[in-house]
Design a protein around this ligand. Structure first.
Ligand code: ADP
Ligand code: MG
Length: 203
């Protein structure tokens, strides 16, 4: 059962990144080096290539393999960061989460892995500014719907516009990074939204 869900999640996440590649690149042109769309699209293409093999694995191993694939295929900070997140998912749960508690536990594993890899935390204008508030939402609000998760993730990404970057290339801009959405946060929101779509379609 879970292999079908994994396949759909990879397909949906890749489609969302491919469709927004230019936008992600434009966001990174504003506060970074302009490669984020290319980096994420390359990682998603590698995941699509390995989709069948990954989907056939036990869930935690599938997460680890998907994460390794991103780490190996993507140049730039985002490959190791998004890859660590997936590997953290795999370390936190054995099976596809069957409850909101398990989803939160999985996300917690991903968040810890990204924090460690990036020597970072929420508030630095990165993908953690989507992942950490999302974790809080899952921990605090009962019975959160996929639609609410998708909308919240999109809002958390938009909220990075007002933040000062203190990690990654954007940190070189200091206060001049304000007024721009963080590209990694935008990618995280797109992927979360795509996974919500895939889960809704499977219900
Ligand atoms: P690079 O910065 O190497 O060009 P990308 O452009 O692909 O890589 O990714 C940039 C994104 O990575 C940023 O928008 C931010 O979300 C995330 N990022 C960069 N450095 C860190 C860090 N130390 N901790 C967490 N996230 C980071
Ligand atoms: Mg970049």
């Amino acid at each position: 059962m879970h292999d079908d869900l994994i396949t759909r999640c990879i397909t949906a996440a890749a489609a969302a990144i491919h469709a927004n590649k230019e936008r992600l690149t434009a966001l990174d042109q504003a506060i970074g080096d302009g490669d984020h769309g290319i980096n994420m699209a390359r990682g998603m293409a590698a995941l699509e290539d390995k989709r069948a093999d990954i989907a056939a694995l036990p869930f935690s191993e599938a997460c680890r393999q998907a994460g390794m694939t991103l780490v190996m295929s993507v140049g730039g900070a985002s490959g190791p960061l998004f890859g660590s997140c997936l590997m953290g998912f795999g370390g936190a749960v054995d099976d596809f989460p069957a409850s909101q508690d398990q989803t939160a536990a999985m996300l917690q594993g991903g968040v810890e892995a990204v924090k460690k890899r990036g020597k970072s935390d929420a508030g630095a204008k990165t993908l953690l500014d989507v992942l950490v508030p999302l974790l809080r939402l899952l921990e605090d609000a009962p019975d959160v719907s996929p639609a609410h998760v998708r909308e919240s993730a999109a809002r958390f990404a938009r909220d990075t516009e007002g933040m000062v970057a203190t990690k990654g290339r954007a940190a070189f801009l200091g206060a001049r990074s304000v007024g721009h959405i963080d590209p990694g946060a935008q990618s995280a929101a797109l992927i979360v939204g795509a996974v919500c779509d895939a889960l809704e379609a499977g219900q």
